[in-house]
Design a protein around this ligand. Structure first.
Ligand code: GNR
Ligand code: NI
Length: 185
């Protein structure tokens, strides 16, 4: 009998980001049950997708993976990666208005009101439960990503008129884009 060592090599992959008004962005994410190789691969793929976009955060929901997982990096050097698994806000205070954008709503930036400070309980990449206080841009980003896990988008904080205007323009752009693609085929 021969014993074989099977080596599996996985490469990082850039994932497709769902765009508003795709109904899959409205799915409420399930808790992560196990931090295993499959989840680790997903985390790596999410970082690659976020850095290439480029964005400062990405929720699993946006890449059609409906588990409570988000990544973020607001540093200029892109060397401060954060991974939050099953995050829960346990304290919040203050009010802050920030001009937000979203990779799932490309090209639009609008002011959104969020808590100024949040304390979040979550599992880190190693599976340890930790509590961290977030504020500033990272605090806004974490709240924005946690909304995604609930199926909520920043455009939901805008007026119905503004939201419909954004939806119509994005749908129109997408129609034109897919016509161009179809003509090549
Ligand atoms: O890249 C992003 N920038 C951003 C700016 C202000 C507030 C929130 C964000 S998050 C966004 C990436 C994204 O869509 N994450 O879900
Ligand atoms: Ni977003």
């Amino acid at each position: 009998m021969h014993n074989y060592l099977v080596v599996e090599i996985k490469f990082m992959a850039k994932l497709k980001i769902l765009e508003f008004p795709n109904p899959r962005l409205r799915i409420k994410a399930h808790p992560v049950e196990a931090i295993d190789e499959k989840l680790n691969q997903k985390i790596d793929d999410m970082f690659e997708t976020m850095y290439e976009a480029p964005g400062i955060g990405l929720a699993a929901t946006q890449v059609d993976y409906h588990y409570r997982l988000l990544v973020a990096d607001v540093s200029a050097e892109k060397n401060e990666p954060w991974v939050l698994i099953n995050p829960v806000i346990i304290e919040k205070d203050g009010v802050e208005v920030t001009e937000e954008g979203c990779l799932s709503v490309p090209g639009y930036f609008e002011e959104v009101e969020r808590a100024e400070h949040v304390k979040v309980r979550y599992l880190d990449r190693s599976g340890s439960q930790v509590e961290t206080e977030f504020d500033g841009l990272l605090g806004v980003c974490v709240q924005h990503e946690m909304d995604h896990l609930e199926g909520k988008l920043f455009v939901d904080y805008l007026s119905e008129v503004k939201r419909q205007r954004i939806r119509k323009r994005l749908e129109k752009n997408r129609r034109h884009h897919s016509q161009g693609t179809a003509a090549v085929l």
